[in-house]
Design a protein around this ligand. Structure first.
Ligand SMILES: [Zn+2]
Ligand SMILES: [Zn+2]
Ligand SMILES: [Zn+2]
Length: 255
């Protein structure tokens, strides 16, 4: 399985427009964070998690030219607003793409991208062409690859993270119920959100994410959906063993 972190930033990205803090002015490429998204290739299946605002740039940078499925975590702007550029995949490969998410997420995508449902425009593949797959909180398959949703709280809404084999991706969580935690043991790689130092009502901060990582004991945990609060060099020096900050372009291989 090959995992590529396409974006490790929070909703504004890093640097933030107009900000002159140390991280925003940093020359370290690991402090340049596009909006959160990952790409997973396994058993011949090409799977994207979320179409971030930076989707186009991320696909170009990672040289991804095809997708079999898109798994959406939730409907917030930073996770869906790149979706219009799915047209390039549709047109190049003359196919519709399967998209997956919970009911709220897919219903909201249909409202936000209402034009994509226009049958006249679909005839010319002039809109993102999606086959909507509504998920329950139970295992499903993409091209024979088993995927397990992990239902977490993002403030008061329930959103999905996903486990694929020994890899799991959870973003924008602020609470993981005990029964969902049970699905997250025995991982080789966990990517988990850690927003900033100070607590936040709808996202784990660094301390909360660290506590969960230490409990789940994945072989490696990488934090994502990071603000400019977390300067890469400074923070990695302070993290426990086997916990790191993700960064854009990070590539991981697992058996
Ligand atoms: Zn987000
Ligand atoms: Zn800043
Ligand atoms: Zn969100």
């Amino acid at each position: 399985m090959r995992i590529v972190v396409l974006g490790s930033g929070t909703s504004q990205g890093v640097p933030i427009i107009g900000c002159t803090c140390k991280t925003c002015l940093s020359e370290n490429p690991k402090d340049k964070r596009l909006r959160a998204s990952v790409y997973v290739e396994t058993g011949g299946a090409k799977i994207l998690i979320d179409t971030s605002i930076d989707f186009r740039q991320q696909m170009l940078r990672a040289k991804i030219t095809d997708l079999d499925a898109i798994l959406f975590t939730h409907h917030h702007v930073d996770h869906i607003f790149g979706l219009d550029d799915l047209r390039q995949i549709n047109q190049r490969h003359k196919k519709w793409v399967n998209v997956y998410g919970n009911k709220k997420t897919l219903d909201e995508i249909k409202i936000t991208f209402r034009y994509a449902l226009d049958e006249e425009l679909q005839r010319y593949m002039a809109v993102p062409m999606m086959i909507f797959n509504y998920l329950e909180n139970k295992e499903f398959e993409v091209k024979n690859i088993k995927i397990l949703p992990i239902e977490v709280f993002h403030g008061r809404i329930k959103i999905f993270g996903y486990r694929i084999g020994k890899f799991a991706y959870i973003t924008d969580a602020s609470m993981i119920p005990e029964e969902e935690m049970e699905k997250l043991y025995g991982l080789d790689v966990l990517i988990l959100n850690a927003l900033r130092i100070a607590p936040h009502p709808t996202h784990f901060n660094l301390e909360q994410a660290t506590e969960i990582a230490l409990k789940l004991k994945a072989k490696k945990t990488y934090f994502t959906h990071i603000t400019h609060d977390l300067n890469h060099e400074e923070i990695i020096a302070s993290l426990p063993a086997n916990i790191e900050l993700a960064y854009d372009g990070l590539e991981l291989l697992i058996d």
